[in-house]
Design a protein. Structure first.
Length: 277
């Protein structure tokens, strides 16, 4: 049976690549985006497989209506892909409350609402998969991406618990952690940059200039990323986390090694804080 996908942020980048891969596999995709006109070519080429849906994932009421509408039209949602997002650069001190809340709405509260809306339908069928597009920045952080990583850390924490909660209902959760892929993530018109303070020029400055400077030269191939996601979803025992890209693999391995070394260095003090020690 062909699967029914709901993919957010489907008009470009990894969302577009995932949509195209699912269509190539013979599945049906409800491709959600704020600018649905960017999906006109896919809808025209695959009118029986692609439905464009106008959706702002930060509009929680619209999220519930969107999910209920997909189920009403297609009978089910087999795979929900929470992909909508944007890149940001700036020091922690540079980000305003409004900017932080806006990013959290997009990367955390929106996916959480979509997940809540889809789960009753998936539980009723005792099947389904939820794909959370995180980042290698959801495992570790570095200067200039504190706000971005904070939202992805939150999404990963939610999703790790979710995976254990829904597994008895036949539902899988896949956290995807891409490195740098050749999408519009770092495009000057898409990347949000917080107002710069001179105090952080040495630490954040290289990231602020390096991300847009490398736009279009990233090593990651979105089509291969989408194929990898489909492969993981089809596995008998899919991973909870799927890093994508050599840069992601190298950076995450290094982070885990350094975290292990630090823990062992301070283990005696760590273990000294119980009563009786």
């Amino acid at each position: 049976m062909n699967k029914v996908w709901l993919v957010t942020g489907a008009s470009k980048g990894l969302g577009r690549a995932i949509t195209e891969a699912a269509v190539a596999a013979g599945d049906i995709v409800v491709a959600a985006a704020r600018r649905t006109e960017l999906l006109d070519d896919l809808v025209a080429a695959h009118p029986d497989q692609v439905e464009a849906l106008s959706l702002d994932v930060t509009d929680i009421a619209a999220v519930q209506a969107a999910v209920d509408g997909v189920v009403a039209r297609h009978g089910r949602i087999d795979i929900l892909v929470n992909n909508a997002g944007r890149g940001t650069v700036g020091a922690v001190e540079e980000a305003t409350d409004a900017e932080l809340r806006s990013l959290m709405d997009l990367h955390f509260f929106g996916p959480a609402a979509l997940t809540r809306a889809a789960l009753p339908h998936m539980r009723h069928r005792r099947s389904g998969a939820i794909v959370q597009l995180s980042s290698m920045g959801g495992r570790f952080s570095f200067p200039g991406v504190g706000a971005y990583s904070a939202t992805k850390f939150a999404l990963e924490g939610l999703s790790e618990a979710l995976a254990a909660e829904v597994a008895p209902h036949g539902i899988r959760v896949l956290i995807v952690e891409p490195g740098a892929f050749r999408t519009t993530f770092a495009d000057a018109g898409s990347l949000q940059q917080y107002a710069a303070l001179d105090a952080y020029q040495d630490t954040v400055g290289p990231v602020r200039s390096g991300l847009p400077g490398g736009n279009g030269q990233e090593a990651g191939d979105p089509a291969k990323a989408a194929a990898a996601i489909l492969t993981a979803l089809d596995a008998d025992e899919p991973p909870l986390r799927l890093p994508l890209g050599n840069d992601a693999a190298d950076a995450i391995i290094d982070h885990l090694d350094r975290a292990g070394t630090e823990l062992r260095s301070w283990e005696k003090l760590t273990r000294s804080t119980d009563f009786g020690d």
